[in-house]
Design a protein around this ligand. Structure first.
Ligand code: ADA
Length: 716
């Protein structure tokens, strides 16, 4: 029988000639990947070395995640290379363990690599051996394959009628080896078994019903020689069925369910992606506390234990590969490989309801090769797992009539109306147009969010002030619009947690995307966290918006409370008011006096008390520092205005714009079509701005602003 030996301690880590002893999980970008340096973060090759003993028989080396290209050598001989930073992979090292002490060297490289996704994205590509490394010893000659894309060599799918389908890849099968499949219920009782038939049946199975009842069964696959057990694989799975309808939304086991979701990156302040079970668990507890029932695990495969916990807790998970931002033909093979690893390693998880094949892949261009590439990925996902829908996260500018909207089974859009674009109303206008144009498409919202940096506070938050107050207003708008449109099957806040993005320097914070509902260290829940809790959770509470800011201006003030109670009362000094509402309770005209003020918020038997101080003016530190003030621009848009001066704008003529291939590829939808049409030759002397004003173009003003932003990224 196989034995797993953890190899997590006492590695000698070497970066640019400097050596230190480290334990895994480990990344070398925990600090510099989060803006804690001058300039950029280290992207290059580093080595991890240690001695391993000789093992008799078949021995594998298993790496649960190495970002992003890893080359393994033993005693100086190359064992193999793995490309892609987020999946499990293994090498058979039996023939390399030649002496009692063997020198194992793993080179991990996170430098830019055109052949490996992700190439360009708004998150830090932390380098390192950031998950466990194991030795698998005593591997039997005949075994469930350890060579099938990092999987356990056994695949299971189940239907709500009790049918279970198993597929096993067995290495070196010999006739005297007996295969046995069994299904065990949650108490460990065998409820179905079959010889080497790959079909089993469980009578009246208990369904996996998301958070209502995340009931899991175990498939046990064993290999026996005579009475000797030689190999065993156990996979937990659930009986469940998920369906999507373009008008009615999502159904889990035939019952309507709105997917109330958040996205999650796998990193944390100071430690980067080198996470342990405790951090994974804490993230999930926070997500659960807020009342979400779904998680988009953006933008890549996450830790096995995270999917396990999602199965147990009942979250519905969107899992995806890092095919993001910029399509690369050179990386297509790697994309297919990462997809196969993701699916083969995870297809037993009841929580995973869809495979995501791309995110915002059209931000720099939309062309034939890209469409074909995404079609190929989609078809491959369907081939590997016909039972699960495929999905994708479209860039806001992807045209309503784009062919890309009709590739995956379901789809979703990322929208930042009200953040990268001035007002939230753009969302409602877009939703209406989209649904009218595509009543048959099953559409969700894969991302939406606004920055909320702790410390900034004012009485009238506005777009671009980076305050939690504006972030909360933005989310108030979105959650209401999402709830008002039943046809939207689900949505994902971008993001549950602030995360590392070394390319960023925004809102006075370096190296971080501040769109989290909870801070990077997980210690502070921003106001928006409580807003979602008010709409999504049944666990009763009241939260005074801005309660961490102890100063208020003297005079009549408006207070806001988020709560999931029906009726909330506020008492400011001696004056009290009661409001009945859903989620958001607004109390106008509450008098604040100089000095100390006592505020009490009550709903039923819940009572919270706050002391605030009345002041003439808010201190300077309550607002964005002057040197951090600038227009909010999307993360991939050139922010340096002097550089932007050399770039195109809406005021360039069509004739000049048409000379640039980049521009032709970049402007999608109606405007793109228009640009490519022969009609353009007639209008060469006109500026793009004049053209976009034509009624036939019918773009909302926010989209026009965005086009201007993109043009500003292309040098003339
Ligand atoms: C994109 C992208 C995300 C995210 C977001 C943002 O939409 O898909 O990775 O970082 O931008 O915050 O701007």
């Amino acid at each position: 029988m196989k034995k797993i030996i953890a190899l997590n301690n006492d590695w000698v880590f070497c970066k640019e000639g400097v050596k230190e002893t480290v334990n895994l999980p480990h990344t070398w970008n925990g600090l510099d990947g989060q803006g804690m340096n001058e300039g950029s973060y280290y992207r290059g090759a580093c080595t991890y070395t240690r001695i391993i003993p000789r093992y008799e028989g078949i021995t594998y080396l298993e790496l649960k995640g190495a970002n992003s290209v890893a080359t393994v050598k033993i005693n100086g001989r190359k064992v193999g290379t793995h490309e892609g930073g987020y999946s499990t992979f293994r090498f058979d090292i039996s023939s390399f363990l030649s002496s009692p002490k063997n020198f194992l060297e793993i080179t991990v490289d996170n430098s830019e690599n055109k052949k490996v996704y992700p190439g360009f994205a708004d998150f830090t590509f932390y380098g390192g051996l950031y998950r466990e490394v194991n030795l698998i010893t005593d591997v039997p000659e005949t075994r469930f394959s350890l060579d099938d894309y990092g999987s356990k060599g056994v695949y299971v799918t189940a239907k709500t009628n009790g049918d279970v389908k198993v597929k096993a890849v067995i290495s070196n099968y010999q006739k005297d080896v007996k295969v046995l499949y069994e299904v065990l219920d949650a108490e460990g009782k065998t409820v179905a078994s079959a010889g080497d038939r790959e079909k089993l049946h469980v009578d009246s199975p208990v369904l996996w019903e998301g958070m209502k009842n995340p009931y899991l069964y175990t498939l046990r696959a064993t290999l026996k020689k005579g009475e000797n057990l030689i190999d065993k694989v156990e996979l937990r799975f659930g009986f469940r069925d998920i369906k999507f309808d373009a008008k009615e939304g999502c159904f889990l086991n035939g019952e309507y369910i709105k997917l109330k979701g958040v996205s999650r990156h796998q990193d944390r302040e100071l430690i980067g992606n080198a996470l342990t079970l405790a951090e994974h668990k804490e993230d999930l507890d926070l997500i659960k506390e807020m009342g979400a029932n779904s998680i988009r695990l953006a933008h890549y495969q996450q830790a096995e234990e995270f999917y396990d916990l999602c199965d147990e807790m009942g979250f519905l998970v969107w899992a995806e590969i890092p095919v993001i931002s910029r399509f690369s033909k050179a990386a297509q093979e790697n994309a297919l490989n990462q997809l196969e690893e993701l699916i083969k390693q995870n297809m037993h998880h009841a929580s995973i309801y869809a495979w995501g094949v791309q995110n915002e892949i059209t931000i720099t261009s939309e062309n034939e090769a890209l469409i074909e590439g995404i079609k190929e990925l989609n078809a491959y996902a369907k081939l590997l797992d016909p039972a699960r829908p495929t999905t994708c996260a479209q860039f806001t500018m992807c045209g309503l009539d784009s062919e890309l909207n009709r590739i995956t089974d379901i789809l979703a859009y990322n929208h930042y109306f009200g953040w990268y674009m001035k007002t939230c109303d753009g969302l409602d206008e877009w939703l209406e147009k989209f649904h009218a144009a595509n009543p048959d498409l099953k559409m969700g919202i894969s991302e939406y969010g606004a920055e909320g940096v702790l410390g900034y506070f004012g009485d009238a938050p506005f777009q671009g002030d980076y305050s939690e107050g504006y972030q909360a207003l933005y989310h108030e708008h979105y959650i209401r619009s999402i709830n008002a449109n039943k046809w939207i099957w689900g949505s994902y806040v971008w993001n549950m947690f602030d995360f590392g993005s070394a390319i960023r320097n925004e809102g006075g914070v370096k190296g971080r995307n501040n769109k989290g509902l909870v801070t990077f260290d997980r210690k502070t829940k921003k106001d928006s966290f409580w807003l979602y809790k008010a709409f999504w959770s049944d666990d009763k509470f009241v939260h005074l918006v801005g309660d961490r800011y102890p100063l208020r201006k003297i005079g009549a003030q408006t207070f806001k409370v988020y709560s999931n109670c029906d009726k909330v009362q506020i008492k400011v000094n001696n004056k009290q008011k009661t409001v009945t509402a859903e989620g958001v309770f607004v109390f106008e005209g509450m008098e604040i006096k100089a000095g100390e003020n006592k505020i009490t918020v009550t709903a039923g038997d819940i009572k919270e008390t706050y002391i605030i101080t009345g002041v003439e003016e808010y201190p300077r530190e309550y607002s964005l520092p002057d040197d951090a003030k600038s227009m909010v621009r999307n993360w991939f848009v050139e922010k340096d205005s002097t550089k932007r001066d050399d770039c195109f704008s809406l005021d360039d003529t069509i004739g000049d714009l048409l000379k640039s291939e980049d521009i032709l590829g970049m402007v999608g939808g109606a405007a793109g079509k228009l640009l490519r049409s022969p009609l353009m030759f007639a209008v060469k002397p006109f500026t793009l701005r004049q053209l976009l004003d034509l009624p036939i173009v019918n773009l909302n003003p926010e989209m026009v602003d965005m086009i201007e932003d993109y043009l500003g990224t292309i040098s003339k």
